[in-house]
Design a protein. Structure first.
Length: 119
């Protein structure tokens, strides 16, 4: 099982970035996907959610209207389009695949990609 994030980097305030997370080793289309982030000295927090079929999404209040999560089940990839970036969006961003099953489930994480918003 692998989740590989890409697309992070240094961007100026009000800029945009598009993160990608390529999945392999499991049935991607059966898993809900989330993007999390963790800033230095802070707890990891969920940023965005998308259902397995892509028909339902949800966002943290801090990113609503600025970030968009999407997925392409044919490419086993989930995306996070980030617009109007702010310094407080600086963090390591992780993608997560999760599937709940009776009595348990599966939970996979990527290695993270750094996003730095600074002038």
């Amino acid at each position: 099982v692998q989740l590989v994030e890409s697309g992070g980097g240094l961007v100026q305030p009000e800029g945009s970035l598009r993160l990608s997370c390529a999945a392999s080793g499991f049935t991607f289309s059966s898993y809900a996907m989330r993007w999390y982030r963790q800033a230095p000295g802070k707890e990891r927090e969920v940023v965005a959610f998308i259902s397995s079929g892509g028909d339902s999404t949800d966002y943290a209040d801090s990113v609503k209207g600025r970030f968009t999560i999407s997925r392409d089940n044919a490419k086993n990839t989930v995306y996070l389009q980030m617009n109007s970036l702010k310094s407080e969006d600086t963090a390591v961003y992780y993608c997560n695949a999760r599937r709940f099953l009776p009595g348990g489930g599966y939970d996979y994480w990527g290695q993270g990609t750094q996003v730095t918003v600074s002038s």
